[in-house]
Each structure stands twice: as C-alpha cells, then as structure tokens.
Design a protein around this ligand. Structure first.
Ligand code: SF4
Length: 326
C-alpha cells in the first residue's frame, strides 16, 4: 500500500472542498489500496457526515442517504414492503459483515471484479489507460456480453444498482459546481475507449443521497441472482423486475439485468416486448430474447446469454405469480 494523507470530513461542503478520494464503508477502496490497484494521495473519510438518514418523502417515494448501510437499507420495513426488489438485491450481495459496513453511495461506485483489474501484473485499460485489456483474449468467463468495447469487457458488480435501475432511482450529488440530480439510467458510462471513466461524476463530486419514486398500488417486484455458489458471490446473471398487472395484463414493467453487462443494464427492449401484453411464458421468453439482442459472447462466457434469459423469465414468472397470489 502506498502512503496517503487521511482527513475526516466535518461537512459535505468541506469534503468537496478538500479534494481527494472518498472513504465510506471502505469495503472496496481499502482492498484495492492494499492491492496497489488504487493509490489515492488523499483519502477523505466521509463517515462523520450526516448522510445516514432513510426517510419517506412527502407524496411517496424514499430518500436514502449515501451513508445508509446496506443492512439497514435491506431491512427497513418500507423497503421490504414496497421495494422488495431492492431488499432482495442487497441481501443477495456479499456477507452480513460486509453489508453492515457497505454504504448506498459506495455500492453504486463498486469496482469491477475483473481478475486482471485487481492484479497489477496484468495489462488493464481501466486501471492503466492505454495498457491493453488482458480479459478480451484471456479467461473471460465472468465478463460482459452486453455493453463491452474493444478496450474493456468488465462487468459492473453491484446487485443494489441493478434493482435501483429497475426502480428508476435518481442519484443526488454535491460537487464543486453545486448540487445535481442524475437519473440512474444516465449515471453509468459504457467503457468505449475510456473504461477508466465509469460514471458521470466530476472530480470531487460526492453522492449525498438517492431517491426512489413512489410505486403505484399493486406494483410487485423481485430480484433473482444466479451465481456459482449460494452466498458471498457475485452474479453471473441477475434480473430485477418491477411490474404492475391488471388481471393477467402487464400494464407497466421495468427490467434490469446484472452480471452480464458493463453497467447495470436496463432493458427497454424487454419492457417494450411485455407492456400491453399478457403475462405468459411465451411472452416472457420473447422479452428475454429481446433483452439479449446484440449480446456479444467471448470465448468463455457464451453460457451467460442463455443464463440471463432464464434468469429474466424466472423472475417474471415469480413476480407475476406473486401478484396473482396477492
Ligand atoms: Fe481491465 Fe476491463 Fe480488460 Fe478487465 S476487462 S482487464 S477491467 S480493461
């Protein structure tokens, strides 16, 4: 680990003014500093900031402070009852100990689990721009089939962000230029030729909170995660579904996929294939095919195309069965 300066922020404005890399739960940053993947000169500890409130918004919806811990968010009664997809996604991630530390803001900014990114012996455009990508012709079983480029095919590892994508969350920030509200669908960048630039945050910009819009009465949701082992593992494919039915008719649906793309992957194609149609297995399969249109499998990850389709079909089936039962 390289030597660095450590400062504690007392106010949001002070944190932004200080300029440095923000430390929240530390569950990603500290690991990567130990591995010399990240070498910040200055670390600003934002734990003292008053950003840990979780509150219902007047008129519906939820305001989630950036420092709300993943465990607290997952187990909050409003989240469990109204935003089940978010609770399920959070509880499917990491371990209880990590969830007790990891924060909402930090989770959105999780770094990829690409082995080559985390090992400084290998070329990696994301870690060192212009050095090459060891995964494209390497062992790429966990990598992306959607959203990749010739320079990077790393998946985004967050489960929480996939659920928030389907919930149409908004990220709120404060930076040197003031406050911003950014729709989550516009927050993450595709790797293109600059995989080191992962999102639209400007230097020094701090996530302060996330808001979720209210869900109309009768909306049901579900997160399904498929992985190599049952716990403490990242998704090979996952599906977040938020759906409202009238009888067996799909009035509105929002769909996002995880584990298969370079960013949490909202699928308007799958949504279009379902809205206004009946909730049938045939239509679920058509939506799954639409979701994976344009997938580009690599040497070792072609299985993800079918796995993601099955994850989505099963998530839709489960969600609409729940709706029927309710
Ligand atoms: Fe680096 Fe991306 Fe290639 Fe992985 S896939 S080695 S993160 S450039």
């Amino acid at each position: 680990m390289q030597e660095f300066r450590y400062r504690q922020a007392k106010t949001v404005e002070g944190a932004v003014r200080a300029g440095g890399t923000y430390l929240a739960g530390g569950t990603t940053l500290v690991d990567l500093m130990k591995l010399n993947v990240l070498q910040p000169a200055t670390v600003i500890d934002v734990n003292p900031l008053p950003l840990a409130q979780l509150e219902a918004l007047p008129g519906g919806g939820l305001r989630i402070g950036a420092m709300v811990r993943n465990s607290d968010l997952a187990n909050h009664p409003v989240v469990k009852q109204q935003y089940a997809v978010l609770s399920e996604a959070l509880l499917s991630g990491a371990s209880p100990q990590l969830r007790n530390m990891a924060t909402t803001g930090g989770n959105l900014l999780q770094k990829t689990r690409c082995y080559y990114y985390r090992d400084t012996n290998y070329a990696c455009n994301k870690r060192q721009p212009g050095s090459g990508c060891s995964a494209i012709d390497g062992y790429n079983r966990i990598h992306a089939v959607l959203g990749g480029s010739a320079d990077c095919v790393a998946t985004h590892p967050s489960d929480m962000a996939v659920a928030m994508m389907a919930l149409e969350a908004t990220v709120h920030t404060q930076g040197p230029q003031g406050e911003r509200a950014i729709a989550l669908k516009d927050f993450y960048l595709l790797p293109g030729t600059t995989p080191d630039k992962e999102n639209v945050l400007e230097p020094g910009e701090l996530i302060t909170h996330v808001t979720l819009p209210p869900l109309q009465s009768g909306t049901r949701s579900h997160y399904l995660k498929l992985r190599d082992r049952a716990q403490y593992e990242f998704a090979l494919a996952s599906a977040a579904v938020v759906v409202r039915l009238r009888g067996r008719h799909i009035e509105r649906v929002r769909i996002a996929l995880g584990g298969v793309a370079t960013r949490p992957w909202r699928s308007p194609e799958a949504e279009r294939a379902l809205e206004g149609r009946e909730a049938t297995m045939e239509n679920f399969r058509k939506a799954a095919d639409a979701a994976m249109t344009g997938a580009k499998p690599l040497k070792y990850n072609a299985f993800k195309v079918e796995l993601a389709k099955r994850a989505l079909v099963r998530a839709l089936e489960t969600t609409t069965q729940t709706e029927r039962a309710g």
